[in-house]
Design a protein around this ligand. Sequence first.
Ligand SMILES: Cc1cc2nc3c(=O)[nH]c(=O)nc-3n(C[C@H](O)[C@H](O)[C@H](O)COP(=O)(O)OP(=O)(O)OC[C@H]3O[C@@H](n4cnc5c(N)ncnc54)[C@H](O)[C@@H]3O)c2cc1C
Length: 304
Amino acid sequence: MSAIDTLATTLAPYGEVRRDEPLARHTTFGIGGPADIFLTVRNASALATAASAARDADVPLFVLGSGSNILVADAGIRGLTIDNRARAEVADSTGLNYRLESGTSFAAFARKMCRLGLDGLAWAVGIPGTLGGACVYNAGAYGGCLADVLTRVRLQEPGGPDSWVDATSLGLVYRGSVFTRGQFAGKTVLEAEVRLASGDSKALMAQAAKHDEKRLTAQPRGRNAGSTFKNPPHHPAWKLIDEAGLRGATRGDAAISDKHCNFFVNYGNARAEDVAWLIAEAQRRVREQFGIQLEREVEFVGAW
Ligand SMILES: Cc1cc2nc3c(=O)[nH]c(=O)nc-3n(C[C@H](O)[C@H](O)[C@H](O)COP(=O)(O)OP(=O)(O)OC[C@H]3O[C@@H](n4cnc5c(N)ncnc54)[C@H](O)[C@@H]3O)c2cc1C
């Protein structure tokens, strides 16, 4: 029996185990080859146990949120992919502080807070993804970001115990953190706490509706992973790509959206390598024309 087979058997009590699961089914791009083991967990304790089991078995681990900021290789992901659907939430006695499992849908939670008249997350109603993913990138929009409300996170150390750490130790910046900079490599966010303020439900719902409207107008429908590149200071990435002549450029079924040039879309059966080619082409053309290096916001994952 291989280490993968043994691990798949060990993990059965902690969730639903699938073998060779196509990741295209689990990413907003609709792209990605198979995961050797794909385990769906529904609570933070199963997430922690499964992550430890992978480390003990010396099998590579990938924690998947909603797959809304990743481009998974056509060859897929080796080892264990944990599909995190741990979504419990508890409010404290003040009703302003929430403790949430990391698989909580960030957008759904943000919308619920607006409905309840709790202020702090109206900007987040249209951001797909889990709270775990939002911690990794310090998700943000319309002048707000997670760092504004995040107080602490419960982390699992590779092969060690889990512990709560203050949000200030996550080094949260524009679409980045100690996770994206590799300093917390291998650590898993199990839970997080956010602090909200009392507000007016009607006003917050109106703000959320305004943000929904803006997204609907500016962003393409269909399969994509949001903004492909971070915006360089003073230069929106979409504008640089547009001026480099790449609006609507295609490669196979992959395209640079003609509605918003920082969105790369899958019109059907795009391959990861097609999207990666367009990404490299946009970087090359912008570098040559403007001397600016576009930095990817979308993360390449798996066996490239
Ligand atoms: C249409 C669209 C619009 C978008 N708009 C915005 C926007 O306005 N602002 C914005 O910031 N982003 C936006 N995004 C990008 C994306 O939604 C966010 O980056 C989101 O926070 C990613 O979360 P996820 O759960 O999907 O992460 P995934 O894509 O599943 O994973 C991303 C990375 O996070 C890691 N990760 C996930 N969960 C955990 C965990 N529990 N512990 C440790 N690591 C973990 C993964 O291993 C991976 O490295 C948009 C995406 C789409 C498709």
